[in-house]
Design a protein around this ligand. Structure first.
Ligand SMILES: Nc1ncnc2c1ncn2[C@@H]1O[C@H](COP(=O)(O)OP(=O)(O)O)[C@@H](O)[C@H]1O
Ligand SMILES: [Mg+2]
Length: 269
């Protein structure tokens, strides 16, 4: 069982009214790894994430989580099963405090096991000390980087096996992006499996083990980051020299280890 991928997406389609947006999206995410989804604006990345979270219905195909078919399962039940979602735009409630945002995120956990909530809250505060310091501050008055930490913390409070993170770096300063990078690396080290969507390709590639490139509602390339080249990125995303430009940076270092070894190291860490 542990050798089956944690997440299997089989040929899913989705759309709105008469418009089909996803034309058969397939990929798999091994346990303990980070999968990246990259593509131009409108390619269907967020709709894919919403199908995985259950907030947009999947019209055909299937989504298996930990071997179980969750295709028709409600978002709440998916959260209870161990799937967390950090939606695009972070979607924190600006007029609620940090702690109130976390409480809302934890509502399925509180319903299942009230006593675990305090421990889970402490766990998030330990991982994000800034959230403990600002627990009574209104979320809308915090910086973008702090709100990103809150959005990730809110997903982690349910102690998920998998988190779906949609464009966490959007609108962040370079410094805040570096802090976010450290946070997501830290989360990955605890063994949480991740699906990451990023417009900032260099940032995204520095984090992920496997890259899935999307074009108009379908995955056109899947493979380990270590084997990705500028030609593939240029062909599918119309961008040049991301990898060359990133030489000497975290991404270059990231391309050195073999993804499998890295994923294994993470799981045992
Ligand atoms: N709620 C919606 N109603 C109608 N069309 C939508 C809706 N959400 C997304 N779309 C369309 O689906 C396509 C893919 O969107 P999206 O997945 O958000 O793209 P991205 O890859 O930039 O995240 C776009 O053409 C978008 O206009
Ligand atoms: Mg999007």
């Amino acid at each position: 069982m542990t050798d089956t991928p944690l997440l299997e997406v089989h040929d899913i389609t989705a759309g709105f009214g008469a418009v089909t947006v996803l034309h058969g999206v397939s990929f798999e995410v091994p346990r303990g790894s980070i999968a990246g989804i990259f593509g131009l604006n409108g390619a269907g990345k967020s709709v894919t994430m919403k199908c995985l979270a259950g907030v947009v219905p999947t019209r055909s195909g299937s989504v298996l989580f930990d071997g179980e078919d969750v295709t028709r399962m409600s978002p709440e039940r998916r959260v209870a099963r161990g799937m967390g979602h950090v939606p695009q735009g972070r979607q924190v409630f600006p007029d609620l405090t940090v702690e109130e945002n976390l409480r809302l995120g934890a509502y399925t956990l509180r319903r299942r096991n009230r006593s675990r909530y305090q421990a889970a809250l402490d766990g998030v505060f330990d991982r994000f000390p800034v959230l403990r310091d600002r627990r009574t501050q209104k979320a809308g008055t915090m910086s973008g980087g702090q709100q990103a930490s809150l959005a990730v913390g809110r997903a982690l409070i349910n102690e998920p096996q998998l988190i779906l993170v949609d464009e966490p770096s959007a609108g962040l300063s370079p410094v805040a992006t570096l802090e976010l990078d450290a946070v997501l690396q830290e989360v990955a080290k605890t063994g949480v499996t991740m699906v990451l969507v990023e417009q900032n390709i260099a940032f995204g590639l520095s984090l992920v083990d496997t890259a899935h490139l999307m074009q108009t509602g379908t995955v056109v390339h899947s493979g380990p980051v270590a084997e990705l080249d500028d030609q593939t990125l240029a062909t599918h995303l119309g961008i040049g020299r991301v990898l060359q430009a990133a030489a000497g940076s975290a991404l270059a270092a990231r391309q050195a280890p073999r993804p499998k070894e890295k994923a294994r190291a993470r799981r045992t860490a």
